[in-house]
Design a protein around this ligand. Structure first.
Ligand code: FES
Length: 95
């Protein structure tokens, strides 16, 4: 595993990603939590379809764009909450 939670005792809350249930650490940074869950492809580039995932983790690169409750947002700027509905652009297959 490339990433792990520094607070493994933090409770997990349910969210959905592309319609599939995923449990993430409550209150964690969403980009970091998804990376910790083994999900590292958040979107694809519009022209070539190259995979993109979090890079800067501070809101500068926009490589972590993901749809959160119907709104496209930077995952590194969002905290995990129970019930979030997350989706990646159609055709994006993540790990
Ligand atoms: S990782 Fe760069 S904006 Fe989120």
């Amino acid at each position: 595993m490339r990433f792990h939670d520094l607070d493994p005792d933090r409770p997990l809350v349910p969210v959905t990603l592309d319609g599939q249930p995923v449990d993430l650490p409550d209150g964690a940074n969403l980009a970091a939590a998804l990376l910790g869950a083994g999900i590292d492809r958040f979107r694809a580039t519009p022209v070539l379809g190259a995979p993109r995932g979090p890079f800067c983790m501070m809101g500068a690169c926009f490589d972590c764009l993901i749809e959160v409750d119907g709104v496209t947002r930077q995952a590194c700027m969002v905290q995990v909450q129970a019930g979030l509905v997350l989706s990646r652009p159609a055709g994006q297959v993540g790990t």
